[in-house]
Write a protein that binds this ligand. Sequence first.
Ligand code: NAP
Length: 333
Amino acid sequence: MNHTARVLNGVEIAAQIKAEVAEEARVLTARGIVPGLAVVLVGHVAASEIYVRSKVKTCAELGIYSEMLTPPESVATEEMLELIAGLNARPEIDGILVQLPLPAHVDTRRLLEAIAPEKDVDGFHPINVGRLQSAASHGVQAGAALAPCTPAGIMEVLKRSGLPVAGKHAVVLGRSEIVGKPAAMMLLNASATVTVCHSKTVDIARYTRDADILVAAIGRPGFVTAEMVKPGATLIDVGINRVTDAAEVARFFPGDQARAAQFALRGSTLVGDIHPAAFALAGAYTPVPGGVGALTIAMLMHNTVLAAKARRGGAARNAQSADAHCESAVGKA
Ligand code: NAP
């Protein structure tokens, strides 16, 4: 029997969301409220620099003011706390994002908790974690809660692809604060029956084989093999793993000329936590790259506009009274 799994195109879904966010930003701006995001990048971690540049660029594309703060690697926790207090106090800054990881000597937890919850566009503050937990179950909507971007992106993929969640068995691999736990909570809020697996789970395949929706977020290339999935399941692959070994690439993508050519050119390729052979059995799946990864920045932009609306959207402002700094800064971002 021939079966073609449906590819859930994260790039297309992200483009839809970004277009909606740009329209909301345009409407707010016309009212004198330019949504503003501050991104704090400590030191020079190459991957973080790439992510931050991409966030700043997307802000500019969508009409969101952004600014980048770049304290040196040696910055002390107290100095970072002062910097965050300054951003908390600035009315034109709606979102504050501290790019992780931070240097080991900086107290990450203290910093994240110092961000004003209404500006916490990453959704990591305990207040927002608590709001996510207490919202939406029993039919109460999450409202304006700022939810972590990657799991929020997963929920958008499911919703916009018309894939029902209520009543399904969702299995989440991974229990990080950034992906696994909030993804499990959102799926539960959407009335799935949720199982969470982690490194201490005994016989993971026993759970994954029963999953209608399988979310893999563990950071282990090709961990979920074809034998571990239920035919017809929805597979959401969050893992982003860079593979640099040619033999491994050949093992993951046998006969895939395009991958081989890409690998020859770049010396690496990206593999998710789900083995590509498992996708063939799926009802639908998110590829790597081009799946969930594309959604994270789109949801960050969404959260920034949401925060701007929640903080400032209620008070109708005269366009002439708009903060001149905001207006001029959009052009610069
Ligand atoms: P993390 O903080 O390292 O957490 C990994 C989780 O996976 C932990 O809960 C760990 O269990 C579990 N785990 C590790 N090895 C396992 C194994 N062999 N079997 C079962 N569970 C195992 O990672 P993360 O930040 O959540 O990221 C996970 C993956 O998603 C990474 O590949 C990352 O690059 C990717 N990611 C993608 C995006 C995006 O698409 N934009 C965003 C964030 C992360 P324990 O808790 O027991 O240690």
